[in-house]
Design a protein around this ligand. Structure first.
Ligand code: ADP
Length: 641
């Protein structure tokens, strides 16, 4: 016998499990059954690739309970573990998620202590895949007997959840693993003996492990008719399969309720919420496949972190192949969960080659199209649900439009919805165009978080008067999306604060052109005074009430500049052109015009004052606030003389 120490992380986890106030202790069974099923999957997969391995068709997971000894045993005939694997898998937590798991568990514990929430339903154990240790929630001793497919010897691992465990060499006839849990004594809070109850185990299997692809068998006591004696029954032990096995995606759509699809999702993807929607595809074509896809009703907490792995599970004829086949789902749909089962996949090639096969590419293209069309459908038929989807994942759709230089923009553009100035609900681009004013040519947009912020923009003066609707863009990626889209239905996109506006009637247009010529010396003088700060100074075609505003030239906008500046490795010289626009109908314009005529020098101060105002309105910092404030004071004193 050899005694070894658990690794530090494992100790902490064990300790947390043992002292856990986590009430959902029953999930230990699901975790161990799932490990058993994984081990059989591995055996099966290997045997397909390795001719020398014995093929078998007697895969099974066997459960047994012993009331007297107070034990539960879970046995599989899967791949088993070698000595090294035993130590590496059960004596160490190799999983990167374990540290996070420990944090989560602690948080949960704290919340519970403070009676803040009741999160019993939240399955954090499943989320982090630290299944084996969950045995210690119900057991004070665990014995694992295992023999690897590649080994002639077997090993026994024994642990009481303390700092050490022991390993012994044992005789074991068959490859596979047998885990025996010695249940804890009943306490006031918890009755551990329930797990030696046949009925409890049967229910737990139904609840958590019904779709496990291998039979989960148990000897159960049944009342059977006594042979030859009418109406006489006796109790007999019968080996029964407790799970249905037929995977839900193979069942006829009409035989499965939405609740069942949702339950499957919750159990498989460890979400305590119902999904937003599920999509079942049965495709017969060049490649045949069944796919069961889910769109969650909330973004996973780590969706945008590097650790998040997108992908769908891949099965062939119900046999599990790969957990996260990332080739099956494009990046922007990374939030989609689900699986694909196809009989047309060759299992005899390596997983790497399989993932790059043309069958997988075909399935992926097809799945993407189906998801998009289903979302389109949702938008048209259940807008509230769509809205909820878009709140969670709209940003992903936007990335999809922008990605790959807009390759998919035509497919995705109608999924975009925006808040707008004139509408109380979010609308599509199609709706925007439909509602455009008769004389309106372009689709206007403004980058802002709220409607009020857009309304307060001086650049909106004339647009407000004309009652043109304006798309409100809240996200960093939005302007990039717009620039990739370029136009919708023949209408170009137009920023309210970028480039020239084309909103005036002919007379007014002429008047401004003339004024631009007439006042050229004044405008040039202001430009000269603001040299290095602005690229141009113009009489505005968009201001009616405000005195000044800043706009950017075509190309890079202010918003894009802000976003790009936050990104690493972006060229420092990427800058928006700044154009200062003056309202020729404003009293201030007349005032500085006159002041300039009287004293050419005075323009320097006025220019700076106007420019600083425009900067402040735009939300930029001004260069020299102290000087600005002194100039304001001077002005006030002067005007009072
Ligand atoms: P996970 O299953 O998420 O990897 P576990 O803590 O449940 O985490 O198990 C750790 C590892 O122990 C597994 O990845 C597997 O390699 C091994 N293992 C657990 N149970 C079995 C089993 N019944 N047969 C073979 N290997 C197993």
């Amino acid at each position: 016998m050899e005694t070894r120490e658990f690794k530090t992380e494992s100790k902490r986890l064990l300790d947390l499990m043992i002292n856990s106030i986590y009430t959902n202790k029953e999930i230990f069974l699901r975790e161990l059954i799932s490990n058993a099923s994984d081990a059989i999957d591995k055996y099966h997969y290997l045997s397909l690739q390795d001719e020398t391995l014995p093929r078998r068709n007697d895969y099974e997971i066997n459960l047994s309970i012993d009331k007297e000894a107070s034990t539960v045993t879970i046995k599989d005939n899967g791949i088993g573990m070698t000595y090294d694997e035993l130590i590496n898998s059960l004596g160490t937590i190799a999983k990167s998620g374990s540290a996070e798991f420990i944090e989560k568990l602690k948080e949960l514990q704290k919340d519970k202590e403070n009676n803040e929430i009741n999160k019993e339903d939240i399955d954090i154990i499943g989320q982090f895949g630290v299944g084996f240790y969950s045995a210690f929630m119900v057991a004070n001793k665990v014995i694992v007997k295992t023999r690897s497919l590649y080994d002639t010897k077997g090993y026994m691992f024994t642990s009481s959840g303390e700092n050490t465990y022991t390993i012994d060499e044992i005789e074991k006839e068959d490859s596979g693993t047998e885990i025996t849990l010695y249940l804890r004594d009943k306490t006031d809070e918890y009755d551990y003996s329930q797990f030696t109850d046949e009925w409890t185990i049967k229910n737990l299997v139904k609840k958590y492990s019904d779709y496990v692809r291998y039979p989960i068998k148990m000897l159960v006591t049944e009342s059977v008719p006594v042979e030859g004696k009418k109406d006489k029954y006796e109790d007999k032990e019968v080996l029964k399969t407790l799970n249905t096995m037929t995977p839900i995606w193979k069942k006829n759509k009409n035989d499965v309720t939405d609740e069942e699809y949702n339950k499957f999702y919750q159990e498989k993807y460890y979400d305590y919420r119902d999904p937003e929607l599920h999509i079942l595809l049965n495709v017969e074509g060049k490649v045949n496949y069944t796919a069961l896809l889910y769109i969650p009703s909330a973004a996973p907490y780590n969706l945008y972190s590097e650790k998040y792995e997108k992908g769908l599970q891949l099965y062939s004829k119900g046999v599990f192949i790969i957990d996260k086949c990332k080739e099956l789902i494009p990046d922007y749909l990374r939030f989609v969960k689900g699986l694909v089962d196809s009989p047309d996949l060759s299992l005899n090639i390596s997983r790497e080659l399989l993932q790059k096969s043309s069958e997988i590419t075909d399935i992926a293209t097809n799945i993407e199209k189906k998801i998009i069309s289903r979302l389109q459908n949702l938008q048209e038929n259940d807008f509230d649900k769509y809205l909820s989807f878009f709140k969670n994942f709209g940003i992903n759709i936007k990335f999809g439009v922008y990605d790959d230089f807009g390759m998919k923009k035509d497919m995705l553009k109608d999924l975009l919805i925006y808040e707008t100035l004139n509408s109380d609900k979010m609308i599509t681009l199609k709706e925007y165009v439909k509602n455009m004013k008769e004389d309106q040519k372009e689709i206007y947009y403004a980058s802002a978080k709220t409607k009020d912020a857009v309304l307060a923009m001086p650049q909106m003066d004339l647009l407000k008067k004309k009652e043109y609707d304006v798309l409100i863009l809240p996200d960093d990626v939005d302007e990039f999306v717009i620039s990739i889209l370029e136009e919708y239905d023949g209408h170009k996109f137009k920023s309210v604060n970028q480039g020239d506006m084309d909103l005036l009637d002919k007379d007014e247009e002429k008047r401004i052109k003339k004024l631009n010529d007439e006042k050229k010396p004044l405008l040039e003088a202001i430009k000269e005074a603001l040299k290095g700060e602005v690229d141009d100074v113009k009489i505005s075609k968009r201001l009616t009430d405000s005195a000044v505003c800043l706009v950017s030239g075509d190309g890079v906008s202010f918003e894009m500049e802000k976003v790009l500046k936050q990104m690493p490795n972006v060229n420092e010289n990427i800058k928006a052109n700044k154009i200062l626009e003056l309202n020729s109908n404003h009293k201030v314009f007349k005032a500085i015009d006159e002041a300039y005529e009287k004293n050419k020098e005075s323009i320097n101060d006025y220019a700076l004052l106007l420019y600083n105002q425009a900067l402040l309105i735009e939300g930029f910092k001004i260069k020299d606030p102290l000087k600005f404030s002194e100039m304001m004071c001077d002005l006030m004193i002067k005007s009072n003389k």
